[in-house]
Write a protein that binds this ligand. Structure first.
Ligand SMILES: O=C(O)c1ccccc1N[C@@H]1O[C@H](COP(=O)(O)O)[C@@H](O)[C@H]1O
Length: 212
């Protein structure tokens, strides 16, 4: 089984290089000022994106962002795909896809099984990918909290999808076994302290995924 790994919340050249070298299929850059992973500078975003080979997808994460903010970030050339992690409606997803020409991944917050049903019904027709993430936490994501993975056991999701929320090098194999996830995303689980990515943990996470 080939499982794709995305390392999210990267903000230094060294950790971007580590994720790419380890074999991550996607890397994520956060634009959300309340996040400890927020990449504020457009110059830094441009420089980080420029380090990534074209074989790796560069994902720009946004939370209920205005068009002008998204456009400024896209203008750096550092983003191949949008990840929408707020309360964006299906209409907003469709409008952003049409306006930017970029593929869009929509995050669905999961606490109970009906959240998955509702997320698929609302977004599978408009988003290129879905991401199922935990609903708990002080931020809209990146909280190191997992949801009950049995909610996804045996589910058919009609578009490519990611499992996220509380994943670590130690639990990702079990998470994939229980959910059947074809792709996984991690932020806190590869950090030595909040917002500080660890090269060792990035290697361990992608290594664990690559053995599946
Ligand atoms: O990472 C963040 O700071 C963040 C902020 C706002 C919305 C989403 C965010 N991250 C996403 O959340 C998932 C799960 O994070 P974690 O592994 O549980 O820390 C992460 O994969 C990002 O896609």
């Amino acid at each position: 089984m080939t499982v794709e790994a995305k390392i999210c919340g990267l903000s230094t050249p060294e950790t971007v290089d580590a994720a790419v070298a380890a074999g991550a299929g996607l890397v994520g850059f956060v634009t959300f000022p309340r996040s400890p992973r927020h990449v504020e500078s457009l110059d830094l975003l441009k420089a980080l994106g420029a380090r990534v080979p074209s074989s790796v997808i560069r994902v720009g994460l946004f939370v209920d962002a205005a068009d002008a903010l998204i456009d400024a970030r896209l203008g750096t050339g550092a983003i191949d795909m949008l990840q929408l992690h707020g309360a964006e409606t299906p209409e907003r997803v469709a409008a952003l896809k049409a306006r930017t020409g970029k593929p869009v991944m929509k995050a669905i917050k999961v606490a109970v099984p009906a959240d998955v049903d509702r997320g698929i019904a609302a977004y599978a027709g408009v988003a290129d990918r879905l991401m199922f993430d935990a609903a708990d936490g002080t931020l809209p994501g990146g909280n190191a909290t997992a949801f009950d993975w049995t909610i996804l056991s045996g589910r058919t999701v009609p578009v490519p999808w990611f499992l996220a929320g509380g994943l670590t090098p130690a639990n990702v194999a079990e998470a994939v076994r229980m959910t059947g996830a074809p792709a996984v995303d991690v932020s806190s689980g590869v950090e030595s302290s909040r917002g500080v990515k660890s090269i060792e943990l990035i290697r361990a996470f992608v290594g664990a995924v690559n053995t599946l």
